[in-house]
Unconditional design. Structure first.
Length: 298
C-alpha cells in the first residue's frame, strides 16, 4: 500500500525560506493508468503534474485555476496540466507513447523526450479581467530547470525546483517534488546553506521511494530543524471533471454547419476526453436535437 499523497508547506530560518514539498505517487500512477503512458512520458507528465499541483496549492480562491503548457521539439510534442487551489490536478501529453534510449546512467531521458527547444507557458486565472500569463523558453526540457527559469524571469523570485518520478515495469514507484523560495530578507549565509544542501541531497524520487516523510525531506534540504508548518491539510489528487454536458457544449460551439456535416458523414459523434480517456458518444438523435436548439450560437 502506497503512502497517501500530500502537500506540506513550511517556513525555515524565521521566514527567510519557504519550502513546499509534495508526494504525488498515486496521482501520477492514476494518470499513467488512465492514459496508458509509456515510462518516459509518465516521468515527464508526472513532473509537470507535480509542479502544477504545487502552484495550484498557492492559489487563494476555489474558483482560481492555473494552466501550464509545455511545447518542445521532442517526440512528446507538448503537454498540458491544470490545477486548482484544492490540489486537484489533471493533464495530458500530446503523444502518450514514446520509446527512446535511456541515458548512460540508466535513467529515463525526459529532456530528449520533451525537447530543449520550445517554451513553458503559465496561465493563472485568478478572477481578474485578463488571466496572468508568463512564458519563458525551455532550458533543458527536464521540467524542474525550466520552472526555475520561469520563477526567475516571470516572477522575479530566487527559486529552486526539484521534481522526480521513478517508474518501473509495474508503474510509478515514487513521484513528487519540492519548491524552495528565497524571501527578500534572506541572509546570504542562509542562502549558502541551502545551495550547499542542494548539491549534496539525493534525488527527490529516491527520498520518496525510501518513504522519508516530507518534513524530513524539508529538513534535509534546508538544514533547518525548527521548521514552521504553515499548511499540511491538502491531499493532491488526479481529478478530471469532464461530463457529457460539458462535451456537448464543445460540440455545440462547432456551429450548425459542422454538426450537420458530422451528422451526414458519421451519423454520430464520439469525443474522447484528453485528461481521462473517457469516450462520450452522441447519437444521431442527439445531434439532431443540438442542431435544433434555439440558443446555439450559430
Amino acid at each position: 500500500m502506497r503512502n497517501q499523497d500530500e502537500i506540506i508547506k513550511f517556513l525555515a530560518y524565521d521566514g527567510q525560506i519557504s519550502i513546499t514539498c509534495a508526494r504525488t505517487t498515486n496521482l501520477v500512477e492514476k494518470a499513467r493508468e488512465l492514459q496508458d503512458l509509456s515510462p518516459v512520458v509518465t516521468a515527464a507528465l508526472g513532473r509537470l503534474l507535480t509542479i502544477t499541483c504545487i502552484l495550484g496549492n498557492n492559489l487563494k480562491n476555489e474558483t482560481d485555476k492555473i494552466t501550464v503548457q509545455i511545447k518542445g521539439d521532442g517526440p512528446i510534442h507538448g503537454m498540458v496540466a491544470v490545477a486548482n487551489n484544492k490540489a486537484e490536478v489533471k493533464g495530458y501529453a500530446l503523444e502518450p507513447i514514446v520509446d527512446i534510449p535511456l541515458k548512460q546512467e540508466g535513467k529515463l531521458d525526459v529532456g530528449t523526450a520533451v525537447g530543449k527547444n520550445g517554451f513553458l507557458n503559465v496561465i493563472k486565472d485568478i478572477g481578474l479581467k485578463e488571466p496572468y500569463r508568463g512564458m519563458v523558453p525551455l532550458v533543458s526540457g527536464e521540467i524542474a530547470e525550466d520552472f526555475a527559469r520561469y520563477f526567475a524571469e516571470s516572477e522575479q523570485t530566487g527559486t529552486a525546483v526539484a521534481l522526480g518520478v521513478l517508474v518501473d515495469k509495474n508503474g510509478v514507484k515514487s513521484a513528487g517534488g519540492y519548491v524552495i523560495t528565497v524571501m527578500p530578507d534572506a541572509k546570504e549565509e542562509t542562502i549558502q546553506i541551502i545551495e550547499k544542501n542542494l548539491q549534496q541531497i539525493e534525488p527527490i524520487s529516491s527520498l520518496l521511494e525510501q518513504d522519508i516523510p516530507l518534513e524530513q525531506i524539508a529538513k534535509k534540504v534546508t538544514g533547518e530543524e525548527n521548521l514552521q508548518v504553515i499548511q499540511n491539510n491538502k491531499v493532491p489528487t488526479y481529478t478530471c471533471n469532464c461530463s457529457k454536458e460539458k462535451i456537448k457544449k464543445v460540440l455545440v460551439s462547432l456551429g450548425k454547419q459542422e454538426l450537420e456535416k458530422i451528422l451526414e458523414e458519421d451519423k454520430k459523434a464520439e469525443i474522447v476526453c484528453h485528461f481521462c480517456n473517457t469516450a462520450y458518444v452522441f447519437t444521431e438523435e442527439e445531434l439532431k436535437e443540438m442542431i435544433k436548439e434555439p440558443n446555439n450560437n450559430f
